[in-house]
Every structure is written in C-alpha cells, then in structure tokens.
Ligand binder design. Structure first.
Ligand SMILES: CC(C)(COP(=O)(O)OP(=O)(O)OC[C@H]1O[C@@H](n2cnc3c(N)ncnc32)[C@H](O)[C@@H]1OP(=O)(O)O)[C@@H](O)C(=O)NCCC(=O)NCCS
Length: 199
C-alpha cells in the first residue's frame, strides 16, 4: 500500500453509499483493498468493472432491503438466493471501510451458506484505530430496527482483530465449526451479539 497509516477520526459515521463519495471508494479498491474478506481481489476487480460500466447502478445495488438483487455466487461458483441487506460506508470525512448487514425477514437465523449477519473490512491505512469497533457499534441499532434480536458473526480462529471487534461490542463465543464446502471448508468461529435491548 502506498498510502500512509492514518488514524480513524472518533467521529465516524455509517454513510449510505453515494455517487458523491464513490471516488474515495474507487481509490480504496485501486489501492488493493477489498470489501470482501473471502472474495478478496477478485471481488474488488469485479466491482471496479461494474462501476466503470454503470456507477449509479453499482451504488444502488448496495441498498437492497428487500433482497431484489441477483443471486449471490458462493466461492465454489454455486448460486444462492440473495437475502435482504445493505452496505454502509465507514466514513470519518474520508472512506475508512465498509460494513454490511443481511438478514432473513421474520427469522433471526441464517441459512447455512450465509456466514453471519454482518461483515466488515477497514482499509489498511486506517486499521488499528478503532474504526471497525465503532462501526459495528453503530450498526447494531440498525440490525435491531430490521427486527433482529441477535446477530451472528463468523470469522477465522486466526483473525484476532475481528474477534476483538466483536467482543468489544458484547459478542459471546458460540462455537468453532467447519465452513460449508461451498467455502472450501476450513475452521471458523461463530459469535453472537444480543441486541434485543439495543436502542
Ligand atoms: C478486522 C478489521 C476489520 C479490524 O478493523 P480495525 O478498524 O483495525 O479494528 P479496530 O481498530 O477497531 O481494532 C479492534 C481490536 O483489534 C486489535 N487489532 C487490530 N489489528 C490487529 C492485529 N493485526 N492483530 C491483533 N489485534 C489487532 C486492536 O488493537 C483492537 O484491540 P482492542 O479492542 O483491544 O483495543 C481489519 O483488520 C480488516 O479490515 N481486516 C481485513 C478484513 C477482515 O478480516 N474483516 C473481518 C472479517 S470477519
């Protein structure tokens, strides 16, 4: 990464993706950051191509609370129905990363192929400054607002930073499990955050 480390301003907000802020998102993708921990660079490249093709349609696709978007493609190429969800950009006056929420309407649990209600990724030059911890805290009331009483998050046993983000937001360890074959198997850990009392 060519960008210098920066601190994450304490006044971060979760911004709805917009065309106005898109150039900062594109810059992060071009620097090699990916919003998708599993898909990595392939997801970033695919998004850059979609943005080139139709930037407005790309931004619109990040807000899908009725799950109307196309089927999702799992890492092994199998397809599955898209759940309702939306993406927020973690913003401190500049782009810090993204955090997303997905859910099954009227149902707290997720299908097996969906590894958690919430996913997040912070750009490397803003890591270690509290961005993800604050962003998850800000998203929990929004998860409550769509009717969830808890959220589950999964990560790998090695991802200590992500586990700390979850624990700092009231997460409780649930289990160690093997990811579905569609994700190539591998160990993962599941946490749950109760949000029935979150305002
Ligand atoms: C995981 C990730 C989102 C953390 O983002 P972040 O903004 O750096 O997290 P925070 O600054 O809020 O730090 C959270 C905690 O992790 C610690 N931490 C940060 N980087 C760490 C590292 N590399 N190793 C160990 N601990 C680390 C912080 O010190 C902090 O600890 P504390 O709560 O005891 O103070 C970020 O590293 C990232 O984007 N990783 C790649 C994508 C990813 O793994 N996403 C999660 C998928 S489940």
């Amino acid at each position: 990464m060519s960008l210098q480390p920066q601190t994450c301003n304490t006044l971060i907000e979760l911004a709805r993706p917009s065309l106005a802020a898109l150039p900062r998102y594109v810059r992060a993708l071009r620097e090699g950051w990916s919003p998708d921990n599993v898909g990595g660079k392939a997801t970033a490249d695919r998004q850059l191509a979609r943005i080139d093709e139709d930037a407005a349609a790309f931004v619109d696709s990040l807000e899908d609370p009725e799950g109307r978007g196309p089927e999702i493609v799992l890492p092994d190429g199998t397809r599955a129905k898209r759940l309702p969800g939306f993406v927020r950009w973690i913003w401190d006056g500049d782009f810090c990363g993204s955090i997303s929420l997905r859910w099954q309407p009227g149902e707290p649990d997720l299908p097996d192929h969906v590894l958690g209600h919430i996913g997040y990724a912070v750009v490397p030059w803003k890591r270690g400054a509290g961005c993800a911890t604050r962003a998850l805290g800000l998203l929990l009331p929004q998860a409550r607002a769509v009717g969830l009483s808890f959220v589950e998050l999964t990560t790998t046993p090695e991802n200590v930073a992500s586990q700390k983000v979850i624990l700092s937001n009231g997460g409780r360890f649930i289990e160690r499990f093997r990811k579905p074959q569609a994700y190539g198997g591998g160990e993962a850990v599941r946490f749950r955050i109760a949000i029935d009392a979150v305002e």
